[in-house]
Design a protein around this ligand. Structure first.
Ligand SMILES: Cc1cc2nc3c(=O)[nH]c(=O)nc-3n(C[C@H](O)[C@H](O)[C@H](O)COP(=O)(O)O)c2cc1C
Length: 166
């Protein structure tokens, strides 16, 4: 079965650091994503200092997993690089999913924490990480060695598929 069916969100991590080489592999996967006009408008901030991870974990109520992750990958959309601004969320979404799938492939755990487009979240992240105004702080991906193990529930639902017309 492909890696897609093995991926799940992991929010609890072992107290073990992930090698930089592995983080680079995740970034390579992210940058391999499709993007509108191949504009590749993504940039990343890799965060590993405990005080920074704790500060980010407190930026919203569903961001707690950031505190115990080995690394956080902040995915950012650079509006100066995007050829079609309105497509930037889709570009970054594809990039994020590639990172999550590569993490699964490496045996790592990861979870996507939503920031964009919720303004009070993105403003906090922007200020804390000194992200310039021409960039959108899109999301935070927590990465670490997974503490939990569990099955993935398959979601295929025939009722959601239409053929020829809705
Ligand atoms: C846009 C987006 C935002 C998300 N935001 C959060 C979040 O803030 N905190 C969190 O713990 N999980 C977050 N998630 C993970 C979802 O909760 C998770 O993907 C969903 O429950 C399905 O579970 P699975 O990833 O294990 O398949 C987010 C996922 C997406 C795609």
């Amino acid at each position: 079965m492909s890696i897609i069916f093995k991926r799940k969100s992991v929010r609890k991590f072992k107290d073990e650091i992930v090698d930089d080489e592995l983080i680079t592999r995740l970034l390579k996967a992210g940058m391999q994503a499709p993007s509108s006009c191949n504009s590749q408008p993504w940039e990343f901030i890799v965060v590993s200092k405990p005080e920074d991870k704790i500060a980010i974990s407190e930026m919203h109520q569903y961001a707690k997993a950031a505190a115990n992750a080995s690394h956080l990958i902040i995915t950012i959309g650079n509006l100066n690089e995007a050829k079609v601004h309105r497509m930037i969320e889709q570009d970054l979404g594809a990039c994020n999913e590639n990172i999550l799938l590569q993490a699964t492939h490496e045996g790592l755990g990861a979870v996507w924490l939503g920031f964009h487009p919720i303004e009070d979240r993105t403003l906090k992240l922007k200020k804390y990480l000194e992200i310039p105004d021409y960039c959108i702080p899109f999301s935070v991906i927590c990465v670490g060695w997974p503490l939990q193990d569990g099955d993935v529930k398959l979601r295929y639902d025939e009722a959601k598929v239409h053929y020829d017309r809705y």
